[in-house]
Design a protein around this ligand. Structure first.
Ligand SMILES: NC(=O)c1ccc[n+]([C@@H]2O[C@H](COP(=O)([O-])OP(=O)(O)OC[C@H]3O[C@@H](n4cnc5c(N)ncnc54)[C@H](O)[C@@H]3O)[C@@H](O)[C@H]2O)c1
Length: 314
């Protein structure tokens, strides 16, 4: 069976593409290698995939029709591509285009795929807002352009399912970390600062933020849970994350312990749009997808630190 993975050169998409290919699916990746962070890292991820026989097509999903680039009949679409994060350097237009318009173009492609079993949209706990602790059917109150545009994309995808045009679901991921984590994210930055004696930019109040930090391998297992459950998943939203909560300070302490280094900080004002608490309510994913994340925070951070030491590219 053929699987299209968008955002395949990115952090989570590259792990997913590798894993599902190892299960015998033929994977076609697509990515525009956006400049949001180092293209070297994305080229390395794509190179890793290509060495395993996975083709990664360089294409911007905002550029409209791309049916001419894919000759295979696609059975599953996993949509990771987008503008992530809440960086001040990302414009509103970059969120709108890469999260919403790109999703609309991908849906248009999906509607031409006669053998498509399921369109899986990768969403985020940011759609819930400052406190992401709720079940999937509770109110969403995003506080960032990222959260708003991801919610809009989620609803666009589900609207196609409600109109019986295709089967689709949306998975809301919670604070993912692990090998290949984006350089703008907490743990890659902490590990880099510890190992390379750099100062870490610490936003006011952030050490007490509570997060369902979730190891990328556990996220991939959760996503794979939809395969073969198309009728159960159609029209549904699932939270995918760890039920264990940790503060950012606990993460800092663990990185200092693993690296044996004391991290130095630059203190910055509060960052707008930051969530205060995320705590994944995964009852639904447990019940319907058999989801059961297992990696401890310490184990996961050890794996990420080891990856950083061996593979980090700027
Ligand atoms: N990392 C997290 O903690 C986290 C948490 C919740 C949800 N998510 C979601 O998971 C998905 C993947 O996130 P990630 O952390 O791997 O980010 P990432 O930036 O590493 O991966 C996204 C990839 O999409 C590509 N891309 C962006 N716009 C594109 C476009 N218009 N056309 C084609 N490719 C495009 C980028 O080049 C990048 O390689 C995103 O949709 C994000 O919203 C991530």
């Amino acid at each position: 069976m053929n699987v299209l993975v968008t955002g395949a050169a990115g952090f989570i998409g590259s792990h997913f593409a590798e894993k599902i290919a190892s299960l015998g699916f033929k994977v076609i990746g697509i990515d525009n290698f956006s400049e949001y962070y180092s293209r070297d890292l994305k080229e390395k991820n794509a190179g890793d995939l290509e060495s395993k026989g996975i083709r990664v097509i360089k294409h911007d999903l905002c550029d409209g029709d791309f049916n001419n680039l894919i000759k295979e009949d696609i059975h599953y679409i996993f949509h990771f591509a987008g503008q992530p994060g809440i960086s001040a350097k990302s414009t509103f237009e970059s969120y709108l285009e890469n999260n919403f318009i790109a999703t609309q173009n991908l849906l248009n492609f999906a509607l031409t795929q006669k053998k498509l079993k399921l369109f899986v949209n990768l969403s985020t706990s940011s759609v819930y807002g400052k406190f992401a602790t709720l079940a999937e059917d509770e109110e969403t109150k995003p506080v960032s352009d990222y959260g708003v545009t991801k919610l809009a994309a989620e609803q666009l995808v589900l609207s196609r399912s409600r109109s019986n045009l295709l089967k689709a679901c949306s998975l809301r991921l919670f604070s993912v970390y692990g090998p290949r984590e984006r350089p703008d994210k907490l743990f890659t930055k902490l590990i880099d600062c510890a190992i390379n004696d750099k100062n870490f930019p610490l936003f006011e109040g952030s050490t007490s933020h509570i997060r369902s930090f979730t190891f990328v391998g556990d996220i991939i297992d959760g996503i794979l849970g939809v395969i073969g459950k198309e009728d159960i998943c159609d029209g549904q939203i699932f939270n995918i994350g760890s039920e264990n909560e940790h503060t950012t300070q606990e993460g800092i302490d663990i990185i200092e312990k693993i690296t044996g280094k004391k991290i130095k900080f630059d203190h910055l004002p509060k960052r707008p749009g930051d969530q205060l608490r995320t705590s994944a309510n995964i009852d639904k994913a447990r019940r319907l997808l058999g989801y059961d994340p297992k990696t401890t925070f310490y184990e996961g951070l050890e794996k990420q630190t080891e990856w950083f030491r061996k593979n980090w590219v700027k």
